[in-house]
Design a protein around this ligand. Structure first.
Ligand SMILES: [Zn+2]
Length: 125
């Protein structure tokens, strides 16, 4: 599976993660899936609270056509055990960003927490 995200969308998410640091920023990602390619094209904020180390979300508020999630970590991109528990409820691909939150500081994972390819797409291409 490959994830393709719009560059302006990813830049917006990274800016939010930077503002929220050292707390975590969390958003759900919408878009479409064609075979093994997931296109990430928009994001949704949903009600959530900050945990000590991780954002806690209410699964009942997850919109239906969700393709994945984005959240930030204060240190590394490695998915936590909690991340792997919620990933299967939140779509197909999951992005984790870490400081300094530039375009290189984001990794994509599948629902099992295995790293997958992330391609950043320029708008209009
Ligand atoms: Zn996490």
């Amino acid at each position: 599976m490959i994830a393709i995200i719009r560059k302006d969308l990813l830049e917006g998410l990274l800016a939010s993660a930077r503002r929220k640091y050292p707390f975590e920023f969390f958003a759900l990602l919408g878009g479409r899936k064609e075979n093994n390619i997931v296109y990430l094209e928009e994001f949704y904020y949903i009600p959530w609270k900050e945990g000590y180390t991780h954002a806690i979300i209410d699964i009942n508020h997850v919109p239906l056509h969700i393709m994945g999630s984005f959240h930030s970590h204060p240190t590394s991109s490695f998915p936590s055990p909690q991340d792997k528990t919620v990933f299967p409820f939140l779509g197909y691909v999951h992005l984790i960003a870490f400081p300094p939150f530039s375009l290189e500081n984001v990794a994509a994972f599948n629902t099992e927490g295995k790293r997958i390819r992330l391609r950043v797409r320029e708008p209009g291409t």
